[in-house]
Design a protein around this ligand. Structure first.
Ligand code: PLP
Length: 396
């Protein structure tokens, strides 16, 4: 009998609820026609990357020395690439970072893993605010850390500070913030971040070690009506930023992101070394060379994200008219209405029976809600409204 790591076997065997629904949607579409399936399961950007992405890739492929292009870059990413990214960040956030503050990664997923592995010793705790991206628990546990969940503030999806204080202890090494948020779509207000920063300062002092704030922000640019997303290093010095071009440039398959370790972070060089060491120990060195260069050249660009706002407005208005309770998203392409019964899995099952594929909130640490991914053609939303109406009628 092979003696494998059972935890890994389990992770590799169980498909996520989101993936299950997505696969179900494809099967159902073959049975009854794609136009009759309302798949809101997965967060795959539905708009193409800007033309500049392909143009830049084509230019690099035709102009650059292929030995250099297809060769290894530095483990932490090409220095010229990191300098261009630093320039872009500095222009937009009035900072003065250098290439030495950036570590290129295979998407935000690898950026987060590098942070958890680099910062945490076995048994350290990582605080997550519900609702949260489910993979955080997998990434944190993979680094030997223990996730501590702060229950959601279901009125506004900001932070329940009383619950947060209870979750803090000397064993807490890091706190993860994801704003704009998957799955609620909510953007944390500047006041929320300010309060968070004050509390973390006080607790770091009390415990005699820094509590790191990890800002996971793949949706930073996807915001509506000029919503401002606070730049967390401006509020709290021990902030590490995990960024990705998966959503803003519609490049999830190209797997490109970075960790930013600002110089203001206590022992910044040591923290950067820990991130680099984590990348090394995980085998994550040298993010793909071509797309490092493409993303650096396109760092100031975003896809045309206007459809997400159109979809948000249509869905929010329609769901509220039907009688659903929804907190208005400030960004992303998700919304997180209350399920019409407390058991969100039962509710999502009933939705599924109407070919409405929405994801139960319990997987995001927030039961009683469901996630709708509206990165879909607007006409899918229009066609789905009778199904949302019929579903609501079952509860009247
Ligand atoms: N963080 C959040 C909140 C996400 O929603 C996702 C992907 O959906 C990720 C991280 C992972 O992003 P990436 O594709 O860049 O690894």
């Amino acid at each position: 009998m092979t003696n494998l790591n059972e935890q890994m076997v389990a992770l590799g065997t169980q498909r996520s609820v989101i993936r299950e629904l997505f696969e179900f949607g494809k099967i159902r579409a073959a049975e009854i026609g794609a136009e009759n399936v309302f798949d809101f399961s997965i967060g795959n950007p539905s708009v193409p990357a800007p033309a500049k992405v392909n143009e830049t890739a084509a230019r690099i492929l035709s102009e650059m020395d292929p030995v250099l292009l297809h060769g290894y870059t530095s483990a932490q990413g090409d220095a010229g690439v990191r300098a261009l990214i630093a320039d872009s960040v500095n222009r937009r956030f009035h900072t003065s970072y250098q290439e030495t503050n950036f570590y290129m990664t295979v998407g935000a997923a690898a950026a987060l893993c590098c942070c958890f592995h680099g910062l945490c010793n076995a048994g350290d705790k990582v605080v997550l605010f519900a609702p949260y991206f489910p993979e955080y628990t997998v990434f944190a546990k993979g680094a030997g850390a223990q996730p501590v969940i702060v229950p959601a503030d279901t009125e506004a999806f900001q932070i329940d500070f009383a619950a947060f204080e209870q979750a803090l202890s000397p064993a807490v090494k890091a706190v993860v913030v994801n704003s704009p948020n998957n799955p609620s779509g909510v953007v944390y207000a500047a006041e929320t971040i300010q309060k968070l920063a004050c509390l973390l300062e006080a607790k770091s002092k009390e415990y005699g070690h820094p509590i790191y704030l990890i800002s996971d922000e793949p949706y930073r640019e996807i915001v509506f009506s000029g919503t401002k997303v606070p730049f967390l290093p401006d509020y709290y010095k021990n902030t590490l930023v995990c960024y990705s071009w998966s959503k803003s440039l519609s490049l999830p398959g190209e797997r490109m992101g970075y960790v930013l370790v600002p110089p203001a972070v206590e022992d910044s060089a040591q923290v950067y070394a820990a991130i680099a060491g984590a990348g090394r120990s995980l085998g994550y060195v040298n993010a793909p060379s071509l797309f490092q260069r493409v993303c650096a050249a396109c760092a100031d660009e975003t896809s045309d994200i206007s459809i997400y706002e159109t979809n948000k407005n249509l869905l929010l208005k329609s769901l509220r008219e039907i009688g659903y309770h929804v907190v208005e998203p400030g960004g992303t392409f998700y919304m997180f209405p209350r399920s019409l019964e407390q058991d969100d899995e039962a509710f999502a099952q009933r939705a599924k029976a109407r070919n409405l594929l929405i994801v139960p909130g319990c997987g995001f640490g927030c039961p009683g809600h469901v996630r709708i991914s509206y990165c879909v053609p607007t006409e899918r939303i229009e066609r789905s409204l009778p199904a949302f109406e019929a579903l609501a009628k079952e509860y009247r």
